[in-house]
Design a protein. Structure first.
Length: 558
């Protein structure tokens, strides 16, 4: 058994070595279509789909559509899009609602074998009667109904005779069980809501614990993998299967792994929906959201998300992964795959006084020094250029290696310049900085001057040729590193970072006029950016994916 394999791989290897046929290995990914998938789901997707690939086994995408109140087609479509975007494909697409008839018949089978009964208490009464983790529960006054009466009532529930909340069907296990989930759990409730697929055909709907394991059995899933919060459910999962499983068929094995928790982030669909419905973000795909669609819109490549999950590992214990690791994985991938461009986000104008008037020079700029196959492009240069305001100080100390009066810097891919004079507006803001350039210092010209070293290199754009763009920079959505610890919705909202988005007006080199939604670039010295879907022909919008500074490696080395 390889030490490099994670514990789930080792479990499957052990099953095979104990005689379980490889041909019967089968997996599933069972999302509930009541929201968009998030970064935590990426781990579950990678584990299940990678195992399917590793064992050449089928994998089913099953939508757990047992709650018609919250499920919508938009979520089904988004889930499929996200999984495909990550680079995975499924063998079959199923829905739990495909099995409603079989699940109902098995529930009748439980009743007929005195393993289930109709309870006419309300939910509050049932909750009190279940007891506590340290004290046993008490039997429902309806627990000893006859089999005939239970069957009659359950059929009436199915036919819509009874109102919501009047009756539920409960398994008859034990009200003294140490595991409270085994204290006669609810199997069915009446919900007179139209289902996205079955419409009004059903008014009784199975609970998750009943539907999940039996759906695994119907599909003959060999290994049912889920996160640690479902570990207490395993005993109930097995009890249900024991009641209906054919010994000759595969009995699914539930095993649990630690969910992926990211710092400064929540991965609860209910809480994410709170942010969406409360207008705290622009939608499920807001670039600040930890949803797959939000990360995609922000410019994270699918390979970066998969690499992040692999780096985080498959563990048995819960932990919180630093967001800087995700940023590191994005940076590593984008560094190899993006073109370098020039964009100035907070401009100050330079006037090169000794450069010829009314002249535009086309300079050669490499597109990606990491990969010569990216080629090069022409970039216009003229008498007036923009640089970043932060790259100039009229007076500065020896540790400031950017532009200051009397010192030289190189404009990247162009010339060495020296600042000589500052011209002010009437309100004492800087109007322009007057400079001179060394005509012999042109990058790549082969001259001795072009090889001359100076300490600072700045990005720039030609004022005459540049065009205006909108730049959206993002910070952590929450100021607290563990927002999931919030006890109330109000406390959670109070943890939101009010400065999580900053909108800037910048100027871009003309090459970027060809940018379309989803194009990714490295803005020289600023970070990685992606063209936002809200961009138009007249207004290009760029979302900042991640900066150039590697905080993850720095932390590991300290």
């Amino acid at each position: 058994m390889s030490e490099n394999k994670h514990f789930i791989e080792q479990i499957i290897d052990e099953d095979v070595s104990n005689g379980f046929p490889v041909s019967k290995i089968k997996f599933r990914f069972p999302p509930e279509p009541n929201g968009f998938l998030h970064i935590g789901h990426v781990k579950a997707i990678c584990i299940n789909f990678n195992l399917a690939n590793q064992f050449n086994a089928p994998i089913i995408l099953r939508f757990d559509d047992t709650n018609p109140e919250k499920e919508e087609q938009i979520f089904i479509d988004a889930i499929k899009e996200d999984i495909s975007w990550l680079g995975f494909s499924w063998t079959e697409e199923r829905f739990t609602s495909d099995y409603f008839e079989q699940l109902y018949l098995w529930a009748e089978f439980l009743i007929a074998n005195n393993k289930a009964y109709v309870d006419s208490q309300n939910s509050s009464e049932i909750a009190v009667q279940k007891g506590t983790p340290t004290s046993p529960g008490s039997n429902s006054p309806f627990r000893d109904r006859t089999i005939e009466e239970n069957l009659k009532l359950f059929k009436e529930m199915k036919q819509g005779v009874h109102s919501e909340g009047t009756h539920v069907l409960r398994a008859k296990i034990s009200m003294n069980a140490n595991n409270m989930l085994l204290r006669d759990p609810v199997l069915y409730r009446v919900l007179k809501k139209e289902h996205p697929r079955t419409k009004s055909s059903w008014v009784v709907y199975p609970m998750y614990d009943w539907a999940h394991g039996e759906s695994d059995y119907i599909e003959q899933i060999s290994h049912s993998l889920c996160t640690l919060e479902f570990k207490p459910h395993r005993e109930l999962y097995n009890w249900f299967l024991k009641q209906i499983a054919d010994p000759k068929k595969t009995k699914p094995k539930q095993r649990e792994f630690a969910r992926l928790n990211l710092s400064h982030t929540i991965t609860s669909k209910r809480k994410l929906m709170l942010l969406v419905e409360g207008g705290h973000v622009s939608g499920w795909d807001d670039p600040r959201m930890p949803t797959i669609s939000g990360l995609r819109r922000r410019g994270y490549p699918p390979k970066a998300l998969v690499a992040f999950v692999e780096a985080a590992g498959v563990a048995k214990r819960e932990n919180i992964i630093e967001a800087s690791l995700l940023e590191y994985c994005a940076r590593e991938e984008l560094n190899k795959t993006t073109q370098r461009v020039m964009v100035v986000s907070d401009p100050i104008k330079l006037v090169i006084t000794n450069y010829p008037e009314n002249t535009t020079e086309l300079l050669n700029a490499e597109n990606n020094p990491e990969d010569p196959s990216f080629g090069s492009r022409e970039m216009p240069f003229g008498k007036e250029v923009f640089i970043e305001k932060e790259d100039f100080k009229e007076e500065a100390g020896n540790k400031f290696f950017r532009l200051t009066i009397g010192k030289e810097v190189r404009l990247k891919g162009a010339y060495i310049i020296s600042a000589n004079k500052v011209v002010y507006n009437d309100n004492q803001t800087i109007k322009e900085v007057q400079c001179t350039y060394d005509p012999k210092s042109k990058s790549g010209s082969g001259s001795e001057e072009s090889q001359r070293k100076v300490k600072g290199t700045l990005h720039w754009v030609s004022k005459k040729d540049a065009f205006e763009v909108e730049i959206r920079e993002y910070d952590r959505l929450f100021v607290e590193p563990s927002p999931g610890s919030a006890k109330t919705n109000e406390e959670l909202i109070g943890m939101l970072n009010k400065d999580s988005m900053r909108i800037l007006k910048g100027y871009a080199e003309p090459f970027l006029k060809t940018a379309v939604s989803g194009n990714k670039y490295q803005f020289q010295r600023k970070g990685y950016f992606v063209t936002d879907k809200e961009s138009t022909v007249n207004k290009l919008i760029f979302n900042k994916t991640v900066g150039l500074r590697d905080n993850w490696s720095k932390k590991q080395n300290n």
